[in-house]
Design a protein around this ligand. Structure first.
Ligand code: PLP
Length: 630
């Protein structure tokens, strides 16, 4: 069977059970587990229909635990004389229930938050009440942002205002004078080390954020003159999300450590070195330095951070700092699974139509190709090169027919015959292959021709925007029928009227492929597909393209008795809500329709009963999800 490399990318939390369904083990392979298919059915019985965003909060907690565990191991292994204090970058997933869950389940480690905007600062201020947890204040900062951070420090929180642009220094000095109290200050450095991967432009002299070395010395001088250097306690850098190659991080760590040491020499107390985010995810299970993977593990990452910084500090007889990291993707990717149903598939027209007199040469040739294929015995001595040749012939004859049509030599009928005969050849070729086998690689063009489109009840613009925006690869696979051989190749088209609205990048052996092995639909049951590892940056960055709103989201926790409980059910947007988001008033919309149907009744075009039925349909529809139901 095809297992979609689940044992590689999913090994920590996902596997397949005896029923051929996905098994979720939210606290790791040894812990309690549940059958994903059974869970979805039970949610359906509670009228929670697909698409569903399932959030396993135990997985979220486990990821935070693993992150802290990795740093704890590294600190003890290298006898590092400092501590680790992580923060979660809110931008990765700002949903209230998610941030609340992170803050609640991570208290024992004093895990903090990172805010990148004023709105995120407000979330952090209201949720993070642990005085030992850090609140890293990043992003563009105006007067109010800085003043709020100063006041939050007075409130007993630990906000650190990270200078990302030189003009923020003046603003910090002015705000301090105005309030009569200073903020904790950090500086973000623009490193010169080279990065790699999709987000490599987050580093280097031309990067959007951070101070260059001359700017850092200017900022230090300004802070010194204003008597604020004593508040400079943190150096920050971020070399981009999804670091694929650990070597890139090592270089950056060395450079940053030396800047840290210099800042101490210049008289700043320092004490914290914040290595930013970037800890990558092994989306394709290949464990290589490719875009969808990383050539290191979480433990390798923690070891390198601890060892490199320690080495630089030791050489320079500088006390080691508290280590801070801002890992969003690594913390929040695993815990959510998007489950969607397939509404139907495209079908391939292959009716061969009766032979008529005076058929054009291309059609005659296609008939001949089809005949020769039908005459060859089934499944005996499958000669791939022979099949390949027949398929190439069919494609050539079809091309001839299309050219003849373009030039006006043949009509619609002949062209239709040519197309249908080509499909018939493709099907005849497929039948020649051993039963229950997908077409071999050698016949790639045939693969593509026979692939079907599976219509998915989602909007990728809402639920998986990175698949469209940056071609990101996520593990996608059926969540059931996994002990049954898939016999069809396909890709997914979403509900939007946008040809970019598709999922056509799937995990292959360390690379991506455009088609995935799928099952034929059964008439009596939903075919359910899961998109995994999408808990970071996806639904929160999604948009309302074609007015498809949020999906139902459900927070699930394993219960003590071995079952599960639904901690939160967050209903997806209704149509009224998405219309209102675009300033359409649903009441006004209904009223306009009522007036139009009254006038149609007056003119005898519409019966009263039908007018009432129309209004009721619209009223009900406004209250319902934006996705397709029965
Ligand atoms: N910190 C900063 C400043 C960022 O810009 C980002 C995102 O790119 C992060 C942290 C989170 O990065 P990641 O999700 O890769 O851990």
């Amino acid at each position: 069977t095809v297992l979609y490399r689940l044992d590689k990318w999913g090994k920590d939390y996902f596997s397949i059970n005896e029923s051929g369904n996905i098994k979720v083990s939210p606290t790791g392979p040894e812990g309690d587990s549940l059958d994903l298919m059974v869970l979805v059915k039970e949610l359906n019985s509670r009228n929670l229909k697909s698409p569903l965003l399932l959030r396993f909060d135990d997985i979220l907690e486990d990821r935070i635990k693993k992150l802290h565990g990795a740093f704890k191991n590294a600190i003890s292994h290298y006898e590092y004389e400092g501590e680790y204090k992580g923060v979660f970058p809110i931008k990765c997933n700002q949903q209230r229930h998610v941030v609340e869950e992170i803050v609640t389940c991570s208290r024992e480690w004093h895990f903090g938050l990172e805010a990148g905007s004023k709105a995120e600062l407000l979330i952090a201020l209201s949720l993070l009440d642990d005085p030992e947890a850090l609140l890293i204040c990043n992003g563009y900062k105006d007067k109010r942002y800085i003043e709020t951070s100063i006041l939050a420090r007075q409130l007993g929180r630990k906000p650190i205002v990270v200078i990302e642009q030189l003009d923020e220094v003046d603003r910090i000095i002015n705000a301090t004078k105005k309030i009569g109290s200073a903020p904790f200050i950090g500086i973000r450095a623009k490193l010169s080390s080279q990065s790699s991967g999709r987000w490599s432009n987050s580093i280097g002299e031309k990067s959007k954020f951070g101070l260059s070395i001359p700017e850092i010395s200017q900022a230090v001088q300004q802070l010194k003159d204003a008597g604020l250097l004593k508040e400079l306690i943190l150096l920050h850098f971020h070399i981009g999300s999804q670091i694929n190659d650990i070597a890139v991080l090592k270089n950056a760590l060395q450079e940053a450590s030396h800047i840290y040491i210099e800042l101490k020499r210049l008289g700043a107390p320092m004490g914290h070195l914040d290595v930013g985010g970037g800890l990558g995810i092994d989306y394709d299970g290949s464990r290589t330095a490719t875009q969808a993977s990383t050539n290191y593990s979480l433990q390798n990452y923690a070891n390198d951070v601890v060892a490199t910084i320690q080495e630089c500090c030791k050489e320079n007889q500088v006390q080691v700092p508290t280590l801070v990291s801002e890992n969003g993707r690594a913390v929040s990717s695993h815990f959510s699974i998007l489950v969607f149903n397939v509404l139907g598939t495209s079908s391939i027209p292959s009716d061969t139509r009766a032979t008529t007199e005076h058929e054009c040469l291309s059609v005659q040739n296609l008939r001949q190709t089809l005949r020769s294929l039908s005459e060859e015995p089934h499944n005996i001595g499958v000669d791939i090169s022979r099949l390949q040749e027949a398929w190439n012939d069919a494609l050539k004859f079809k091309e001839d027919a299309l050219a003849a049509f373009r030039l006006g030599y043949i009509g619609l009928e002949e062209r239709a015959k040519a197309e249908q005969l080509t499909w018939a050849c493709a099907k005849a070729l497929a039948v020649k292959l051993p039963k229950d086998t997908l077409i071999p690689e050698e016949l790639n063009a045939l693969n593509a021709a026979l692939a079907e489109t599976y219509y998915a009840n989602i909007s990728i613009f809402r639920s998986a925007p990175d698949t469209w925006a940056i071609g990101q690869l996520f593990p996608i696979m059926p969540i059931h029928r996994l002990n049954e051989k898939p016999t069809q190749l396909g890709h997914f088209a979403d509900l939007t009227c946008d040809s970019d609205g598709k999922l056509s990048k799937f995990i292959d052996n360390g690379q991506a492929k455009s088609l995935i092995e799928l099952h034929r639909l059964n008439s009596n049951e939903d075919y359910l597909i899961g998109m995994f590892l999408g808990g970071a940056y996806q639904e929160v960055m999604g948009n309302l393209h074609n007015l498809f709103g949020s999906t139902n989201s459900i927070h699930i926790r394993m219960a003590k008795n071995g079952g599960y409980k639904l901690d939160h059910v967050i209903r997806g947007d209704t149509k009224a809500e998405v219309l209102n988001a675009m300033e359409h008033d649903s009441e006004q919309l209904l009223e306009r329709l009522r007036i139009a149907s009254e006038s149609a009744i007056q003119q005898g075009k519409l019966k009263i009963n039908d007018a009432q039925r129309l209004i009721e349909h619209v009223e009900t529809s406004l209250r319902q999800s934006t996705y397709l139901q029965e």
